[in-house]
Design a protein around this ligand. Structure first.
Ligand code: FES
Length: 109
């Protein structure tokens, strides 16, 4: 088990830390905790709406596939630490910190 701390670009949202188990994806954890995070393709790595930034703990997650990399490039403001939440599965115990982009300006592809 580990912990994940969600931070938000949207200023009115407060940071949230919750438990995470191996095999769970960051998208699953976000949904389970009522965190607004778009996932327009249904978590099959066919959009970029579940885009997040990994601030800490990248090494605890599944590696990025070529397909994920392709869709990350189409995300709004991709950075070096960008990932798609539905493709980030916890493979080792530890602590993660992620930033959720502003969902109010998310476009649907
Ligand atoms: S929900 Fe579409 S790539 Fe994650």
């Amino acid at each position: 088990m580990g912990h994940i701390t969600f931070k938000f670009e949207e200023k009115h949202k407060e940071e949230l830390t919750v438990d995470i188990d191996k095999g769970e994806t960051i998208l699953d954890i976000a949904i389970d905790n009522n965190i607004s995070l778009h996932h327009n393709c249904g978590a099959v790595c066919a959009c970029s709406t579940c885009h997040i930034y990994i601030e800490k703990g990248e090494c605890l997650l599944t590696d990025m596939s070529d397909k994920e990399e392709d869709f990350v490039d189409r995300a709004r403001y991709p950075k070096i630490n960008s990932r798609l939440a539905c493709q980030c599965e916890l493979t080792e115990d530890g602590d993660l910190v992620v930033t959720i982009p502003d969902q109010s300006v998310m476009i649907g592809h």
